[in-house]
Design a protein around this ligand. Structure first.
Ligand code: PMV
Length: 333
């Protein structure tokens, strides 16, 4: 049997950074994100899963090349977690294709782990069970629990494997919000998110980290209201506040996690200047140097023109709100 799924990355508005339980990926705070699909450049991650019997070893083929190292181990770890959770016994061949760099701050892990969970749910006949899919995606990458859904999505932290999963707040047609990504680098980051967040939780000044954790629900509530009212200014201010807090947490980690570059700062300055000119554009980052700028359709052109002027910007990806992970009929095998 073979099943193929497609998924997209997401950008956090309220950020996930740290776990109460690293193995199960139960986070320290709830988070909220927007699922993203590229307009000028697709942000697609496709996974085909084929059953190969229970006596074989799992096989992983990335962009046409079989991997026998770290990437395979990561996929097998995730498959094992999903097999244990569901009782499914078969060994699998995983074939993947992506249209964007993974490990570059574009939340590729969210897209890949949610596509894997979606295809796995297809194999076991559970595609309608969004809670199960979100839980299974979470075990591969925390943020992947959110990419199971399109639109605007909240991951309720929960306190156990069964209670930590995401839910859709508004679907992808609720608001035509746009995200302009200024690509500063497509190289994999030096410290992966999962390692970085472990360090932050362990070494960040206690009061500072616990304030970061405890403000999440308040931010989620206020951002949900801004989304409901399609209020870009209200959303933008809170988005930048979250991003500022996140960056402070990273910089107060020992050793400091500095995912940003001079180019990142120059872009953030340009976006602040745009606002002085009355353009509603708001900037933030993930654990990487690339900058995600939220705005509305009317102002996209001006934002892109402004960002293009910044030296060191390598590419610009213009995104709309995307759909959640889903099965497709075109298999990679
Ligand atoms: O899901 P992970 O392990 O790739 O970590 C994601 C971390 C951030 O992208 C920085 C924040 C988030 O909420 O997506």
């Amino acid at each position: 049997m073979i099943k193929t799924a497609l998924s997209h990355p997401n950008k956090a508005l309220v950020i996930y950074w740290g776990n109460e339980n690293d193995t199960l990926r139960i986070p320290t705070r709830s988070s909220l994100s927007v699922t993203l699909q590229g307009i000028n450049h697709p942000l697609d991650y496709i996974v085909s899963l084929r059953t190969i019997g229970s006596s074989e070893r799992d096989k992983v083929i990335i962009d046409g090349i079989e991997d026998k190292g770290e990437i395979r181990s990561h996929f097998v770890y995730h498959l094992n977690a999903m097999r244990r959770y569901t009782g499914f016994k078969e060994r699998l061949e995983v074939t993947t294709r992506k249209s964007f760099p993974v490990g570059s701050g574009l939340a590729g892990s969210a897209a890949s782990a949610s596509a894997l969970a979606e295809a796995f749910a297809g194999l076991i006949g559970k595609t309608a069970d969004t809670r199960l899919k979100s839980i299974m995606a979470r075990r591969g990458s925390g943020s992947a629990s959110r990419s199971v859904f399109g639109g605007f999505v909240m991951w309720q932290k929960g306190n156990s494997d069964d209670s930590s999963y995401a839910k859709q707040l508004f679907n992808e047609n609720h608001w035509d919000l746009r995200n302009v990504i200024a690509m500063v680098s497509s190289n994999p980051k030096k410290i992966r998110s999962i390692e970085g967040m472990k360090l932050s939780k362990k070494t960040c000044p206690e009061q500072f980290y616990s304030d970061f954790v405890s403000v999440a629900n308040h931010h989620i509530e206020r951002i949900s209201t801004a989304l409901l009212g399609r209020d870009i200014a209200k959303l933008g201010v809170l988005y930048e506040k979250e991003n500022y807090l996140f960056r402070q947490v990273c910089l107060r980690t020992t050793p400091p996690l500095d995912y940003w570059t001079k180019v990142t700062d120059n872009i953030l300055d340009k976006v602040a200047n745009l606002r002085n000119d009355g353009i509603p554009a708001y900037a933030g980052t993930d654990a990487g140097p690339n900058v995600h700028i939220f705005t509305v359709p009317k102002h996209v052109e001006r934002v892109i023109r402004t960002i293009q002027e910044v030296q060191g910007v390598q590419d610009i990806i213009h995104c709309r709100v995307g759909e959640g992970s889903h099965l497709i009929e075109e298999h990679l095998i």
